[in-house]
Write a protein that binds this ligand. Structure first.
Ligand SMILES: Cc1ncc(COP(=O)(O)O)c(C=O)c1O
Length: 423
């Protein structure tokens, strides 16, 4: 059976096929494979935002805080919790991923250690590395950063991890799914190993939440952070989340003492008294209008169900890799993601020496029949973000056809190598 026929059949029998209509993706010439950077707008989010602006802000004014706004970071955290295997009272939606990571890394290092290793890897998102570097520069303890290096730039072997997580390790901080290659760690295995050495673990779930099932409680993870604007479809710059396992909340202190983390903010007490539980990690006023689509994004994902999303994601990414292996490898492309689905999140990276110019050709509406939007990551990664809620198998066929045509016909030579601000 040809890939086209297979795609038609798979789309026809897809149990999630009706979910696409929730999203504002009506332009048939646009193929959006960048939901791992910014999820699209949904009808529910648009309607809910409209109501929030018109009624809640427009009419309720300051009364909105007591109506519902004040509790939103906690209440939405409780709604996100089941999706990442957390319990009520363990998750907050607030701040950015970087700021949340700062709070948790600092808190973890201050817990009981005064020295030791902070273990991370070179597959991690650079902002996470910067946050850790900055903390180590300023923390009163004497910690040092141990950067695990991936041998192939795609994955990390369990052996390499076992060698580096030792009795001197105070904290392990990794991305569950790597932003470039989509390599996925076995969360439980790494967490168990870290715990056996007396270390705590923080997971960055940004490329995992809404893409793969996650079980923070079952894995024994201590802390986690992640963003909501990718597979959770929370909108540009929507607030991030943080997770702290209930059993360790009392022992941790946030390094940023803001009034929302105070036990009674409206006492306006002159000295900080931390809230108990997860609330102590709040800092300042929540961005209510940016929180609204996080709620509707979660509603859609819960209706679809994480298991069905994962099943389709595995089927689609395998289908894409099979097509790429058949049609693209002779043209200078290589697969920059793990081949085994249990080691892979929901995007697939293709590498090509002309990756940047190929991306420019894909996204140019005046070139070819389709405008295809992936993203590019240095030095040569074309990331195809597969979002089972709205991407079809046929779209993946068209992406491969275009990737092929652009190189075969040397279409990319018409584009410059100078990078745009956001790639
Ligand atoms: C894995 C990962 N961690 C952290 C971040 C940074 O997130 P924020 O901009 O919310 O700090 C990103 C952003 O894309 C990311 O992909």
């Amino acid at each position: 059976m040809s890939f086209v026929d297979a795609a038609l059949e798979k789309d026809h029998t897809d149990p999630l096929r009706t979910f696409r209509q929730h999203f504002k993706l009506s332009d048939a010439s646009l193929i959006y494979v960048d939901g791992n950077s910014l999820g699209p707008l949904s009808d529910l989010s648009e309607q809910r935002l409209h109501k929030a602006v018109e009624k809640e802000w427009g009419e309720r004014l300051i009364r909105g805080w007591n109506d519902a706004w004040w509790e939103m970071p906690v209440q939405l955290g409780d709604e996100l919790a089941p999706l990442i295997g957390a319990r009520k009272g363990e998750v907050l939606i607030c701040d950015s991923t970087s700021v949340n990571l700062y709070k948790l890394v600092w808190a973890a290092l201050s817990l009981s250690h005064t020295n030791g290793k902070l273990v991370t890897d070179d597959l991690n998102f650079p902002s996470d590395l910067y946050v850790m570097q900055g903390i180590l520069e300023n923390h009163p303890g004497t910690f040092h950063l141990e950067l695990l290096k991936s041998g192939d730039g795609i994955s990390m072997s369990q052996k390499e991890i076992e060698e580096k997580i030792t009795d001197e390790t105070a904290l392990v901080c990794l991305s569950h799914v790597s932003f470039k290659s989509a390599f996925m760690y076995d969360m439980k295995k790494v967490t168990d190993l870290a715990h056996s050495k007396g270390a705590l673990v923080i997971w960055d779930l940004s490329h995992a939440a809404g893409a793969v099932p996650i079980n923070l409680e079952g894995s024994g993870a201590d802390m986690a952070v992640g963003c909501t604007y990718k597979y959770l479809n929370g909108g540009p710059g929507s607030p991030a989340y943080l997770y702290v396992r209930k059993e360790i909340q009392d022992r941790l202190q946030s390094p940023i003492w803001g009034w929302l983390g105070e036990i009674h903010p409206f006492d306006f007490h002159l000295e900080f008294r931390p809230s108990s539980g997860i609330r102590k990690f709040l800092v300042g006023s929540p961005p209510i209008l940016s929180l609204i689509p996080v709620e509707t994004g979660l509603t859609i994902i819960k209706e679809a169900g994480m298991d069905r999303i994962r099943d389709k994601s595995v089927a689609q990414s395998q289908f894409f890799i099979d097509m790429a292996s058949t049609d693209l490898l002779d043209l200078g492309y290589t697969i920059g993601s793990p081949r085994h689905p249990h080691q892979r999140g929901s995007h697939v990276a293709l590498r090509h020496p002309e990756g940047y110019r190929i991306c420019q050709a894909l996204t140019d509406p005046s070139e070819g029949k389709y405008t295809i939007i992936p993203d590019f990551r240095e030095p040569d990664h074309i990331r195809i973000g597969i979002a089972p809620l709205y991407n079809t198998f046929m779209e993946l066929v068209l992406v491969v056809q275009e990737l092929k045509r652009i190189v075969e016909n040397r279409v990319y030579v018409n584009y410059g190598k100078k990078r745009k601000t956001v790639t």
